[in-house]
Design a protein around this ligand. Structure first.
Ligand SMILES: [Zn+2]
Ligand SMILES: [Zn+2]
Length: 141
C-alpha cells in the first residue's frame, strides 16, 4: 500500500504511515476497550510510522512489552506498539483517506463482551493464540 497521512481529533498529532495490507483488525481485550472506549479498530503499519508533529503525543506503557499512544490534548487513541518499535498498530479512524478496507481479523475474541458482535466473517483469535503466534514470530527472528 502507499503512504498515508493521519491526524488526531484536534489535529496536533500528525503522522505518515504505510499500512501493510488494506486489512483492519479489531482487538476486544479489556485494555484496548478501556483506553479507546470500545473495541480497538486498527491497521498494522509495521515500522513505517513517522510523526510530522508529536508535541502533544503521550505514551503509556501498558505492559512490559507494549505501549499505547494518545493525544494529550484531545484524548484520541493513536497506536498500540511494541516497545522496540517493530510493530505499530494504528487506530484506523485517524487516517485522512484510508482507502478501501476489509475487516479481516478479531483478536482477544475471548475477552469480547456479550453485548455486541460483528456480522463480518473474520479470522478470530483468542488471547492465548495471539501470544503463541507472537512467541513463534520472536523465535524465528
Ligand atoms: Zn489531538
Ligand atoms: Zn487489545
Amino acid at each position: 500500500m502507499t503512504e498515508k497521512t493521519g491526524r488526531c481529533l484536534c489535529g496536533s498529532v500528525k503522522f505518515k504511515a504505510t499500512p501493510k495490507k488494506a486489512e483492519v483488525g479489531v482487538c476486544h481485550c479489556s485494555m484496548c476497550r478501556k483506553s479507546s472506549a470500545g473495541p480497538f479498530f486498527a491497521i498494522d503499519c509495521g515500522d513505517s510510522l513517522v510523526f510530522d508533529d508529536e508535541t502533544t503525543l503521550g505514551v503509556y506503557g501498558s505492559s512490559e512489552w507494549a505501549e499505547r499512544g494518545f493525544c494529550n490534548q484531545c484524548g484520541s487513541t493513536i497506536f498500540w506498539r511494541l516497545k522496540d518499535g517493530s510493530a505499530n498498530i494504528l487506530a484506523i479512524d485517524l487516517f485522512d483517506d484510508p482507502g478501501e478496507l476489509k475487516l479481516d481479523h478479531e483478536v482477544f475474541i475471548d475477552e469480547k463482551p456479550d453485548y455486541y458482535s460483528f456480522a463480518e466473517k473474520t479470522h478470530q483469535l483468542t488471547g492465548k493464540q495471539v501470544f503463541d503466534m507472537f512467541a513463534a514470530s520472536q523465535e524465528s527472528k
